[in-house]
Ligand binder design. Structure first.
Ligand code: SAM
Length: 372
């Protein structure tokens, strides 16, 4: 694969270095992401070390009762991490020249302890499975599929004249882009927004370069105690489960666009542009749901709809995000000029991989609201 990438490509990922340091807690620059990707194994080497050290402390009489040799286990963890490193390196190598990334010494690397470094572990990889692997299909069917079915109810893609006119959909918080892909494939004009380069660099690769099931990762490689079998821990997962490039080959260049800034900055002055806004587990990362709701209202055309599915949590509440009950947020949504067309409280799995014993299910809110 080519080492360089000047991503002005097909799907308009115009990635340029742009330091996003809002709130000073989530620095997401391309260079820091490359640093994290290229040094994944290095940043996580404490994991197999800790497993090994913990077993070493146990007396031989206990070790003898185990069905395995712990050294083999440590070896498997290292192998799984090597698989993950190969994937991350493949991504990083695409962008090294574009962002003038220069490899650092270990001492320099140690100085960067940003969120990116600690973030690209287990959960990050599970999120990739959720969106792009066959194993995430059931989960997607409970969050992405219902939202798309709801959209089709109001803007039916089989209605030729409507689609010729163009139905414009904005997806805020696209993460790795699965929602955007599904929408573009159906013929909608999609604009998807994401502010983290961790996701942008990978989705850019998936949309423009990757073949079906070409990539392999081991997301659960260190989760022995929360898994039923060793097989589920060491399992290699392949993705993407679809041929993105060929599925989107008839989609016009301008029909799918990715915007890469904080959505509050990107959309604060944009008005009446979209027929629909789709948010799938996006509002739980916002600091201010009132502002979020106002922006969604502003970017929608009159009569346009907002379809949302996701949790109510405010994951950033400890960093200054405000927490609202559903009752309070619903009040805000109405005050901002929406009328509710649908409101449900489904329970939805999130990053729930087979063989894992923890019940990652969330009480969510699924609503459709029309701008009046
Ligand atoms: C919970 S995820 C959504 C995930 C995805 N739609 C899914 O169903 O798995 C929220 C996404 O919004 C992004 N995000 C958070 N704050 C943002 C902001 N202010 N502007 C743009 N994107 C943001 C995060 O990087 C993350 O990818």
């Amino acid at each position: 694969m080519a080492n360089t990438l000047t991503c002005q490509e097909k799907y308009n990922f115009d990635i340029t270095p742009d330091y996003f340091k809002k709130y000073n807690i989530y620095p997401t620059s391309p260079k820091l992401c490359l640093l994290a990707f290229l040094n994944y194994e290095y940043y996580n080497e404490y994991i197999p070390e800790a497993i090994e050290n913990n077993y070493k402390k146990i007396e031989q009489k206990y070790l003898a009762k185990l069905p395995f040799d712990y050294k083999e286990k440590v070896k498997k963890v290292k192998e799984g991490m090597k698989t993950n490193q190969e994937f991350f390196s493949k991504i990083a190598n695409l962008y090294i020249d574009q962002f003038n990334y220069v490899q650092l010494s270990n001492k320099q690397i140690d100085n960067y302890q940003y969120q990116e470094q600690s973030f690209i572990g287990k959960v990050f990889l599970e999120l990739l499975i959720r969106e792009w692997a066959e194993e995430g299909k059931e989960e997607r069917s409970k969050s992405i599929t219902p939202v798309i079915q709801e959209l089709k109810k109001y803007y039916n893609y089989e209605n030729k004249s409507l689609m010729e006119e163009g139905v414009k959909v904005l997806n805020i918080g696209m993460r790795f882009g699965r929602v955007a892909y599904e929408l573009a494939k159906l013929g909608y004009y999609v604009e998807a927004n994401e502010s983290s380069y961790l996701y942008l660099l990978i989705s850019n690769y998936l949309f423009n370069y990757s073949k079906k099931n070409e990539n392999c990762i081991c997301p659960r490689i260190s989760s022995f105690c929360s898994s039923f079998t060793e097989e589920s821990v060491t399992k290699k997962h392949y993705f993407p489960d679809v041929d993105i490039i060929s599925d989107l080959k008839n989609v016009k260049k301008d029909n799918i666009k990715i915007t890469k800034r904080d959505f509050e900055i990107e959309y604060k002055d944009k008005k009446e542009l979209f027929d629909c806004v789709i948010t799938v587990f996006s509002t739980d990362e916002t600091y201010n749901k009132i502002n979020f709701t106002e922006i969604v209202n502003n970017v929608l055309k009159k009569g346009g709809i907002w379809i949302n599915i996701g949790g109510l949590e405010s994951v950033n509440s400890e960093y200054g995000g405000i927490e609202l009950t559903w009752e309070e947020w619903k009040h805000v949504i109405i005050k901002c000029g929406f009328q509710f067309l649908r409101e449900e409280k489904p329970v939805i799995p999130y990053c729930k991989i087979e063989g894992h014993s923890l019940p990652f299910t969330l009480g969510a809110i699924f609503f459709t609201a029309k701008k009046i």
